[in-house]
Design a protein around this ligand. Structure first.
Ligand code: COA
Length: 432
């Protein structure tokens, strides 16, 4: 049976050479990681693997600890981006559904630290807000520490774990981490409307991370009988369910259930998924497997990107060589949706980004549709797998098209100020 310990006692278990895996995002074990840097006096070479960490932990942001801790991440957050200069931080390229398996095959973790709801009368806790790789890593680790928290929703799916499989619990009471909803702007609304025109009653939806997917959720408020099969369960999906738009009645896989691998949103979302049999958080290795996604008839995936080249290659995770976020489930969901009967995949982006010009130090618009990606840009979604690209100027249907046809379609949805220069560049490269 799991033993209840304090954070001090948990820290005393950490030794030189340990390889710790943290739960993802809101499931990261904040009380433990807030104080992990305190062991720096007595240990060396401790490795931490994490995914979208939500807090500026000292072991990440404070350069003074860079000699002791190596931090590897499947998905960068703002704090990891800022701390990247510390040289002890590295990105792990991955498709999210394989993250746990591939990493543990390379290097077995020996400690797992995550979060859970309080144990029920049968001795089970729920892993609450993430089931992406946590259960797999718990099975690999020699020591499993879970922070049990009454503020964490008790979610259903396959993330219930009996306390016999846990070594230590730490009792905590902090608020569950939230991701506030952003208000859609004019561009978001236009993009949302273009996508909504191509979504039909009865479709099953995946929405990715970022501002645009929130706006898409709002644009779907007049649809009927939508289903949800998504990696990330957002506040937008909750709103669609409460409005009666999401019913999951027409799903061909897990009919009647909203399926996701993790949840991140507002407290209202957490209250909604708490003990709600309509929501299943299933193992990310299953949820995001393109072969599984493809079993949902009418599956639609909607994700965003940083830069698209004129052949359709999407860089969704880096700005040149600078790691910005991660591939996450973008390829999983885009390719999975296209396997489905009547499946579709959208990559949505603003036509321009405001970027600081190093010469003038002013922010200026640049085109996000480019002739060639910036040197070092990571191709998150291959041009072989791209389907539809959407900006506030329209939709470019790329599936099955030649490079020449793509160039024409992508320039048509670029910002008008950049269409001429893109055409010139495409000619110079020899695309048209
Ligand atoms: N060149 C340079 N900078 C760019 C750029 C470009 N082409 N495009 C965007 N940027 C900058 C923006 O200016 C902004 O900078 P700022 O914060 O200083 O204003 C920053 O990058 C982020 O852009 P934004 O459009 O606000 O991003 P977002 O928060 O909506 O997130 C992604 C967009 C692509 C990073 C995010 O969706 C992602 O990580 N996707 C990959 C993973 C994924 O899709 N998973 C799906 C399943 S969950």
């Amino acid at each position: 049976m799991a033993k209840i310990i304090t954070v001090d006692e948990a820290l005393s278990l950490i030794k030189t050479g340990d390889h710790i895996v943290a739960g993802m995002a809101a499931s990261e074990g904040r009380a433990f990681f807030m104080r992990l840097h305190e062991v720096a006096q007595r240990v060396e070479q401790v490795t931490i693997d994490n995914c979208l960490p939500l807090y500026p932990y000292e072991f990440i942001v404070n350069e003074a600890y860079a000699d002791v801790f190596t931090v590897n991440s499947w998905f960068f957050s703002g704090d990891l981006r800022k701390a990247f200069k510390n040289k002890n931080i590295a990105f792990i390229p991955n498709q999210l559904h394989f993250a746990g398996q591939k990493r543990s095959a390379f290097k077995k973790p020996n400690v797992f630290v995550g979060v859970a709801s309080m144990p029920d009368k049968h001795g089970f806790v729920s892993l609450s807000l993430s089931n992406v790789y946590e259960k797999h890593m718990m099975e690999q680790a020699d020591t499993v520490i879970l922070e049990i928290n009454p503020n964490m929703p008790r979610t259903h799916g396959d993330l219930e774990v009996h306390q016999e499989r846990v070594d230590y619990f730490i009792e905590v009471d902090y608020a569950a981490p939230e991701l506030p909803d952003s208000e859609p702007n004019e561009k978001d609304t236009k993009i949302g409307a273009f996508i909504a025109e191509r979504i039909h009653d009865g479709d099953t939806i995946q929405l990715g991370i970022g501002g645009i997917p929130n706006a898409v959720a709002l644009a779907l408020m007049n649809k009927k009988d939508l289903g949800v099969h998504t990696e990330m369960l957002t506040t937008g999906f909750m709103k669609l369910f409460k409005k009666g738009v999401v019913t999951n009645r027409k799903k061909s896989l897990h009919r009647g259930k909203m399926v996701a691998a993790f949840a991140l949103g507002t407290r209202e979302l957490y209250d909604f998924i708490d003990d709600n049999p309509a929501v299943m958080l299933l193992d990310g290795n299953y949820v995001n497997d393109p072969m599984v996604i493809g079993q949902n008839d009418n599956q639609v995936s909607i994700n965003t990107t940083i830069e698209v080249d004129l052949t359709g290659q999407c860089c969704s995770e880096s700005i040149g060589t600078m790691q910005f976020s991660g591939t996450g489930g973008q390829t999983d969901t885009a390719t999975g949706a296209q396997r489905a009967k009547n499946g579709r995949s959208f990559i949505a982006l603003y036509s321009t980004a405001m970027v600081r010009n190093p010469k003038t130090n002013e922010r200026e618009p640049i085109s996000k549709i480019v002739a060639t990606l910036k040197p070092g840009a990571a191709v998150s979604l291959s041009r072989n797998d791209v389907d539809m690209i959407v900006t506030e100027y329209g939709v470019a249907e790329l599936k099955g098209t030649s490079i020449k046809e793509r160039v024409e379609r992508l320039i048509a949805i670029a910002h008008p100020d950049f269409r001429e220069s893109l055409t010139e560049e495409a000619k110079a490269i020899g695309y048209i």
